[in-house]
Design a protein. Sequence first.
Length: 327
Amino acid sequence: MELIHRPRRLRGTATLRQMVRETRVNKSSLVYPMFVIEGDNRKEEIPSMPGQYRYSVDCMEEKLIELCRAGVPAVMFFGIPSQKDALGTSAYLEDGIVQRAFRKAKEVCPELYLIGDVCMCEYTSHGHCGILCGQEIDNDNTLGLLAKTALSQVQAGADMVAPSDMMDGRVAAIRRVLDHNGYINTPIMSYAVKFASSFYGPFRDAANSAPAFGDRKSYQMDYHNRREAIKEAMLDVQEGADIIMVKPAMAYGDLIREVKDHTDLPVASYSVSGEYAMVKAAAQAGLVDESSIICEMAVSAYRAGTDIYITYFAEELANYMDQGRIG
Ligand code: PBG
C-alpha cells in the first residue's frame, strides 16, 4: 500500500514517542492545597476526600517536609477556624488559624512557596464568600475585608495571595492595600474564571463552608459561558492580577485554552475536590487504575495550557514525574 503519511512511524518506540511529545510536564509547576484547623495534635482524615487530612498547626511539619522531599515547590493554605461569624472576623486576625499556619510553615520549611487562599466562606457563619446585606451578598462592602485578609496573610508569611471569592473589583482592592503597605512584590493569583460548580462538594465538607442558604450562583460563573470567561480574565488582568486561574480544571480544558490564548499571563488551573473524590471512589471500586488516571488528567490540564497545576495529587504526580511515567 502506498501511503505518504504514516503517523504510526512516530509511535514505534518509547524513545521516539518521548522525543516527539508535545506536552512536557515539570514538578516545578505543582501546588498542593492543604487544610489547617485549630487545636493541637490533630490530623483528621476528610471523609469526602480519602487520603486528605485537616492538620492542626503543630502537625503540619511532617507533611510539609514530605512535600519538599518529593519536589512539590508550593502549598496553598485553607484555614478552618473554630469561630465563625457574620463578618468572617477570624479571616483577618493576626493570630488567626491560617496566619499561624503561615508562620509555622516558614519556620519548618523555609524553602516551600506559600500561597494563601483569600475568601470569606470558610470564616463566615452563613458560608457565603462575602458579607451579607439582608439575603444579598454585598460586593462592595466585602472588598475591604478581603484586602485586610490578604494583607494579614502576607504579614504572616504568605508569598502569594489567591482571591477565590469572585467579588467584582477584589484584585484591584487587594493590590492597592498590599502596595500601600509596602508589599509591592507580592503576586496575586486570581481565581478569575471560577464557576459555580458541583465539583466543589467535597471541599465544602472539608472546610465546613457550604452556604447556609441559597447558592453561589450570584457571584461564581454560569458554566454555560465561554466568552464571559475571557471577560473575567481580562478584567483581572486590568486590575493587576499576576496569574490567572481557571477552576475547576477537568471539565474546563476549553477555557484553560481560551484564557491562555487571550492573555500573556501565566495560567493556573485547579483540579478541585470533586475531581479528586471521583478518582478515589472509582479506583477504590476497582473501576479505573488510579495512577494512570491521575497522570492522564494532569497532562490534559497542561495540554490545555496550564502553567501552574493546583491538585490534591501533587505529591503523587511529583513521584510519577520522577519515575518517568509522565514527562
Ligand atoms: C473558597 C474556595 C472553594 C474552593 C477553593 N476556594 C470553595 C467554593 O468556592 O465553594 C474549592 C476547592 C475544591 O473544591 O477543591 N471560596
